[in-house]
Design a protein around this ligand. Structure first.
Ligand code: GTP
Ligand code: MG
Length: 583
């Protein structure tokens, strides 16, 4: 439990802590009102039972002073009205309090989820090579919800706990022996529950977390590759795998819900039996009915109020154990990210701002003594590579599949970080100016990532719909040889492309990627097999418009077809982890 507080203290910010204090103060006021409600039962019953008794009471004197009526019945009516007023005010206040609590929880849920989303977006590209997107999805969505499940349970635990403690203390003052008898039984019961449940529920929670990401994963994998799934008749495999993941999730969830519903009937039985038993003993010992009836009614009303509270207390304690793994997961992620942020200014420079000035580029890109291997492997893909790319020249990287062309391009793009050596733009290290470098360089990959949006939105990529320059979009599409294809579409550049661009042909997707890179008018353009998917005729046309940039823009072209790189000024062959100039 202490562990949970320590981690939450780290996860939540100062403002949320202040809000928590506010919420707890509201809880205390609520408890005061609850107590007032219960405490007014006894005087009311005393007052109704006999006028004589009532007139001896101190509070009755106050009442007659405020309402100077002599008719006793009217005074009783006033008392009844007063009591219902107390209950109405109390419950209106409680509604308001629940609303505040929920707002507090959901506003902060959003804040933490955003914090996670932001930190993930700021991670370097290499981070994502190691992570599965279903895990990230679960972290941002499900884990943050569970984290707030824990916070909600803690807030509710405080709420119910305050009421329970206050009411029990009050009852204790009213009648020590009944309170002790019932309290003792409950205590034993609670200890057993907490002991047995904590370990088991924690384990269930961890299992649930694992299967939850499996469920996400199988949905993504099945529909992400639906065409292959259909052609190869593998529907059943994905169905079975999904079922297996879901079974795991269901098992942990129903165990959890069953376990948390066991205490309710048991607590009720224990409390009622203990209460009636204590009453029986009291009657045997010859308690005065005049004393016993008001006190006992009060206990019954309190039991009616407290029983659900006890149930909820066990539920919240269970929920905290069950959802605690999410607190651990988020704590670890935020810690990891903090460490990564502290690790170097280079990473901090990766945090993008949309309006940074492009990095000036006047002379050449210099690759100096560059060595690189991927994080999870020792094999050096590039070793001590040296090369220069003069401004406004066209440079080709060729080499067999797996030689390291894409890796070299990714290093020049700055999304991968050299293990040793440097890449300089003029004399500036690109890793130290990544944000600005990305305003200088453009990229056309082999597989264009299209958003489920319009063609215009995909060309302008990441520009809000009302800020897109349609003329510029059309110019970029024209240079990518897309004008004719667009003319045949129902809505022109406002045509929806579908998820990952499924409503376009492969070549059309590719040309939208080319238009996207041209839209930002970069100084340098990297094409990684950008035209390999096109037919010869379209490729020639696209390459012609790219060749038209020859001398105006620096081009780095990776291609297998020699025709594609015919017009390049310089050719490097990537082989045995080296770059060898062949033209
Ligand atoms: P083609 O695109 O097929 O023409 O090859 P390429 O020259 O672009 O090769 P690339 O740079 O993609 O890969 C070079 C080597 O690095 C290959 O042996 C890959 O197996 C390896 N590699 C690529 N990406 C990763 C990665 O994310 N992790 C690890 N560990 N290895 C990788
Ligand atoms: Mg490649």
């Amino acid at each position: 439990m202490f562990n949970v507080f320590k981690k939450l203290n780290y996860i939540i910010d100062r403002r949320m802590k202040l809000e928590t204090v506010g919420i707890l103060l509201m809880v205390m006021l609520g408890t005061g009102l609850e107590l007032l409600g219960i405490a007014s039962i006894k005087p009311l019953i005393v007052g109704i039972m006999s006028e004589e008794n009532a007139r001896r009471q101190h509070w009755f004197k106050v009442l007659t002073a405020v309402f100077p009526v002599s008719d006793y019945k009217i005074l009783v009516i006033i008392m009844l009205a007063g009591l219902s007023l107390i209950f109405i005010v109390k419950n209106v206040y409680l509604l308001y309090m629940y609303r505040c609590q929920n707002r507090f929880l959901y506003d902060n849920l959003r804040k933490v989820s955003l914090k996670m989303m932001r930190s993930y977006l700021n991670r370097p590209y290499s981070f994502f090579l190691e992570k599965s997107s279903s895990e990230l999805l679960r972290n941002i969505d499900k884990d943050t919800s569970d984290l707030f499940g824990v916070i909600r349970s803690l807030v509710m635990l405080a709420t119910e706990g305050c009421v329970v403690v206050a009411l029990v203390a009050y009852l204790f003052i009213q009648d020590k022996s009944i309170t002790i008898a019932v309290g003792f039984m409950l205590m034993i019961f609670a200890i057993i529950i907490v002991k047995v449940y904590r370990v088991k529920l924690l384990k269930m929670g961890q299992q649930n977390l694992y299967y939850e990401s499996q469920v996400y994963k199988w949905v993504q994998q099945a529909f992400g590759g639906i065409k292959e799934v259909k052609v190869m008749n593998k529907e059943d495999f994905f169905y079975q795998s999904y079922d297996k993941a879901f079974q795991g999730r269901v098992r942990s969830e129903y165990t959890y819900h069953t376990m948390t519903s066991i205490p309710k009937p048991m607590i009720e039985a224990v409390v009622i039996t203990a209460l009636l038993g204590a009453a029986g003993i009291k009657i045997m010992h010859g308690t005065h009915m005049e004393y016993f009836v008001p006190v006992f009614s009060q206990f019954m009303v309190a039991a009616y109020r407290l029983l659900p509270s006890f149930n909820r207390l066990t539920e919240y304690i269970g929920a905290i154990s069950y959802q605690k793994p999410a607190v651990d997961a988020i704590y670890n992620i935020l810690k990891e990210m903090e460490a990564a942020d502290a690790a170097g200014a280079a990473d901090a420079a990766g945090v993008s701002t949309p309006n940074a000035a492009p990095l000036p580029f006047e002379q050449a890109i210099h690759v100096r003594d560059l060595t690189f291997h991927y994080e999870n492997s020792d094999r050096e893909v590039l070793r001590n590579v040296e090369l220069d790319i003069e401004k406004n020249t066209s440079v080709a990287f060729i080499g067999s599949s797996g030689a390291g062309k894409t890796t070299l391009a990714d290093l020049i793009l700055g999304v991968l970080k050299p293990v040793s050596g440097k890449i300089l733009a003029d004399d500036m290290d690109i890793q130290e100016n990544l944000n600005r470098w990305h305003h200088t360089i453009g990229y056309i990959p082999q597989n264009i990532y299209l958003m489920d949006d319009t063609i215009a939105a995909n060309v302008a990529f990441g520009v809000p719909a009302d800020e897109i320059d349609h003329e510029k979009v059309k110019r970029a599409l024209a240079r990518a040889q897309m004008t004719d294809a667009i003319a045949q579409m129902p809505d022109g550049i406002m045509t929806q492309v579908g998820e990952r661009g499924v409503r376009l042909s492969g070549g059309q997707r590719q040309r939208i990627g080319i238009a996207r890179a041209l839209y930002t008018e970069p100084e340098i353009l990297v094409l990684d097999e950008a035209t390999s998917a096109l037919d010869n005729e379209t490729e020639t046309a696209v390459m012609e418009s790219i060749d038209a940039l020859h001398g105006e823009m620096t081009l780095i072209i990776i291609a297998h077809r020699l025709s594609t790189i015919r017009n390049c000024d310089v050719v490097y062959k990537i082989e045995n982890a080296k770059a060898v100039r062949t033209r």
